[in-house]
Design a protein around this ligand. Structure first.
Ligand code: UDP
Length: 384
């Protein structure tokens, strides 16, 4: 019946399903949730606002191939993301940059710090906060400590449950100190969101006669893998085809080495009868409240409506099996977890017809464009 089983209809699974179907394979696409799109899923709420169900997803890339690939399935609404953070009662650009500096320090001090930053690192350079803190210049060290205290430490404790030094440096490097006056969150060549939403883009991706979606289905009810023989069974019968898995790798192997930790978020949406709630699409609250940030979706998609819908995100540990509705959002980037992941990876190596792709299966903090590139590479290397 099927040549390939793909587990998960997020970005990785959907792109692979599409490419495989386009190359003549019959694809069974199994999705646990009632919707496609994974955590990119969006919908129009009761006030007509296009909201991202699992938090803001802003597509940005400098990879022309990734952008033009998705462009086959959607028109784009150009959007350059800007984020403000509330610091000492003011709202300043994040990543912290020369404009943020000028807003928070007296003019003569800001000038002197700016000169030091430019002399030391160069204009237009991005400096990770943990690197800036190691500087030997006392004035720059003071600035680094200020930014660390006011922007990073409390936000990171909320988001990850640990301090910035306790998590892989790549995490905080995503939001460096930027020696620049460019207030944009990303500097990529292409920055846009799907004009009619991510869900519509996924519908187009999956619109192929050889893709057979099986929604509301836990793959474990359909697919079994035998870790001793390496056999894969589909609907109870031996399956000779390939399995592409985009879910949690620890779950695939029945948590045999213990659980890989993930962070999740509680999402709290609120609609208000006013044009706008805040000055930017995302405002971060590093220091107060239990939520990390508020997203106002109208500012992303440029909709003109009487109501506006905002979203507060409350991070916490993913509880998995105990809490069925939990959605794993982020792998926890720590060295000990990486070691655990490697054990699962070794087990997976015993399955020549199993391919792992995506944030959960590869336990990596992939951005959307990384996933597009990765999925297309997997197809080209293994299935073309
Ligand atoms: N971060 C922070 N303060 C901020 C913004 C980000 O401390 O105001 C840190 C925090 O650890 C966060 C990481 O930088 O998890 C990456 O932020 P990003 O906005 O890339 O996270 P995402 O949008 O993927 O949740």
């Amino acid at each position: 019946m099927f040549d390939i089983v793909v587990v998960g209809a997020g970005l990785a699974g959907s792109i692979l399903a599409r490419e495989l179907a386009a190359s003549g394979r019959r694809v069974l696409l199994i999705e646990k949730r009632p919707h496609i799109g994974g955590n990119c899923y969006d919908f129009f709420d009761s006030h007509g606002v296009l909201v991202h169900r699992y938090g803001p997803h802003l597509f940005h890339t400098s990879n022309e191939k990734a952008f033009s690939y998705l462009g086959r399935f959607t028109e784009w609404h150009e959007y350059e993301h800007r984020v403000l953070a509330v610091v000492d009662g003011r709202q300043v650009p994040v990543p912290f940059n020369l404009n943020s500096l000028a807003m928070l320090f007296p003019p003569s001090m800001a000038e002197s710090l700016e000169k030091k930053l430019v002399d030391r690192f160069g204009f237009g350079v991005k400096v990770p906060i943990l690197q800036l803190r190691r500087t030997d210049d006392p004035e720059l060290k003071m600035l680094a400590d200020f930014v660390y205290e006011k922007i990073f430490v409390n936000y990171t404790v909320k988001q990850w449950g640990c301090r910035p030094e306790e998590i892989a440096p790549e995490v905080t490097e995503r939001v460096p100190v930027f020696v620049s006056r460019d207030d944009r969150y990303f500097q990529d060549t292409y920055q846009a969101v799907p004009k009619h939403g991510y869900t519509r883009m996924f519908q187009n991706l999956l619109d192929h006669p050889d893709i057979h979606p099986l929604m509301n289905t836990d793959y474990k009810d359909v697919v079994t893998i035998d870790t001793s023989s390496g056999d894969i069974r589909l609907f109870g019968s031996p399956f000779a085809g390939e399995l592409i898995f985009t879910g949690m790798i620890d779950e695939l192997f029945a948590f045999r080495f213990g659980r890989l930790p993930y962070r999740t978020l509680d999402f709290s949406f609120e609609s208000l009868e006013r044009e706008y709630f805040q000055k930017a699409a995302v405002v971060n609250y590093p220091n107060n409240y239990d939520f990390t940030r508020i997203t106002e979706f109208k500012r992303i998609h440029g909709q003109k409506l009487r109501y506006t819908t905002i979203l507060r995100e409350y991070p916490r540990d993913y509880k998995g099996v105990e809490q069925e509705a939990d959605t794993p959002c982020y792998p926890m980037f720590k060295q000990e977890n990486q070691a655990l992941y490697e054990k699962y990876l070794q087990t997976a190596a015993g399955f020549p017809r199993l391919t792992l792709v995506g944030r959960l299966a590869e336990y990596r903090y992939y951005d959307m464009d990384d996933i597009v590139v990765r999925a297309l590479d997997v197809f080209a290397q293994q299935f073309a």
